[in-house]
Design a protein around this ligand. Structure first.
Ligand code: SUG
Length: 444
């Protein structure tokens, strides 16, 4: 059976800004209160989507969320007209206003965990939106995310949508950022769930400074919901020491594709046990473990450059390309390593650089911006075609961005009622372009 791995990227929303909301994510902290350029951010994202589509890959687009999130501000006690709600929140609780304005749904690696039908007990493709409860601004995403996913993957014969896990710290779930799938030539898959701590084993290793956003209990719950078994799952603990150095998701330090796992020496708590389990559970894949040493690339450089937040994509059998942010080319250790990587005799044979700086400055690289969905032909044919990237859609969305987005936004601009009107006008038009129906609260 032919299986196609599609990347669904998050379209950057009109309120993209730098609010320093993510403790543990060093780029977010570092760029807090800088001015952003939402128009450039969205165009950079669209250009990445087009570049991947031009490589012959199936590329989709997921709509952003409605921001500012007036409904949440009202739930928090800010009343009056929309303009009054924004003004009161700005004066009394600017951090809450910023959280309710974040365009963080752009990082669709955190939208959901997706299990292809080849792996699941009922033979359907399963989606569980991530509850993202570790960060307030991100915990506001899952409901509309679930609604958008249902409109893109609507056919219940093929697609099974779950609700997000219950909103408790014990079940912190960050979606595909901590999940990757390896597979062999026969399409037999092994889903790797990487977690930061175990809620039910409080004495087990855990980070001391920064939060572990994903728990083992959440990963196991998602695997159960998706009908996965011991044979096609592995639950691996992230090295808590690197979480404390800014690796807030596993996709900041490891990426997998096909029979390749590319990771830093310090990524996992027990690398040998991880390798043994993967080889035992996927014996025919001829797995390649590409481990980058501390000596070649210190953790700090990996975090700065996002060497592992790259997209590893298969362009032809046995031929993969690494889609890396331009920051990798600008970091000497990393650039030197990448020059060597393509000569090591692994399937990774080329590196392409993309400029997604606006997203990078909030800690989101190429891999954060995409949700992978592996589908067979019938499933792919059932996807909402208006959400699949073509030259025409790229042109249309670029025009839409140029018409509606500002080229400069500071945290103080978030109180501007005109921004609310601009965002709603833009999103209303977007739902027609992407044929999504009424997914936003303001449309209901
Ligand atoms: N690694 C993956 N898959 N995703 C990256 C998510 C970045 C996001 N940044 C933010 O939410 C910053 C928003 C701000 O500070 O304005 C986060 O920390 O959740």
């Amino acid at each position: 059976m032919v299986v196609t791995e599609a990347n669904f990227d998050g379209l950057v929303g009109p309120t993209h800004n730098y609010a320093g909301l993510s403790w543990g994510n060093v780029a977010s902290r570092h760029h807090a209160r800088n001015s952003s350029n939402p128009r450039q951010a969205a165009l950079q994202g669209l250009d990445k989507m087009k570049a991947l589509a031009d490589l012959g890959l199936v590329q989709g687009v997921l709509a952003p969320q409605e921001r500012p999130d007036l409904a949440t501000l009202r739930r928090l006690g800010f009343g009056g007209t929309d303009a009054e709600v924004l003004d009161k929140a700005y004066r009394e609780a600017p951090a809450l206003l910023a959280a309710c304005c974040s365009a963080s749904s752009m990082w669709t690696a955190n939208a959901a965990t997706v299990s292809p039908s080849a792996d699941t007990a009922d033979g359907r493709l399963h989606f569980t939106p991530a509850n993202l409860i570790n960060k307030f601004h991100r915990s506001l995403e899952h409901e509309v995310t679930g609604r958008i996913l249902r409109r893109v993957f609507a056919d219940e014969r093929y697609f099974h949508h779950h609700a997000a896990l219950p909103a408790h710290d014990d079940l912190g779930d960050e979606g595909a950022a901590n999940h990757t799938r390896l597979y062999d030539d026969q399409g037999r898959g092994l889903e790797l769930f990487v977690y930061g701590r175990s809620a039910h084993q409080p004495d087990a290793p855990a980070p001391q400074r920064y939060p572990a956003r994903q728990t083992l209990e959440a990963s196991r719950a998602v695997a159960r919901l998706h009908g996965l078994g011991e044979h096609n799952t592995a639950f691996i603990q992230q090295n808590p020491a690197v979480i404390d150095r800014g690796v807030f998701h596993n996709d900041v330090i490891a990426v997998g594709n096909g029979n390749v796992l590319f990771y830093h020496q310090q990524a996992f708590l027990d690398t040998q046990a991880m390798q043994d389990e993967l080889i035992r559970k996927l014996p025919d894949a001829g797995l390649h473990f590409i481990e980058v040493s501390d000596k070649d690339v210190p953790v700090a450089d990996a975090v700065k450059s996002y060497l592992f937040n790259t997209q590893l994509v298969t362009l032809a059998p046995g031929h993969m390309a690494l889609i890396a942010p331009t920051e990798c080319a600008d970091t000497p250790n990393v650039s030197a390593y990448l020059t060597r990587l393509t000569t090591l005799g692994t399937p990774v044979q080329e590196v392409r650089f993309m400029d997604v700086k606006q997203s990078m400055q909030n800690g989101g690289g190429p891999a954060c911006l995409r949700l992978r969905v592996a589908m067979n032909e019938a499933e792919l044919a059932a996807v909402n075609p208006a959400c699949l990237m073509t030259d025409e859609l790229h042109g249309r969305l670029s025009q839409w961005v140029n018409r509606h987005y500002r080229d400069r936004l500071s945290p103080d601009d978030l109180r501007d009622p005109a921004l609310l009107t601009e965002s709603r006008t833009a999103l209303d038009e977007l739902t027609r372009i992407l044929n999504l129906g009424s997914v936003y609260p303001f449309q209901r």
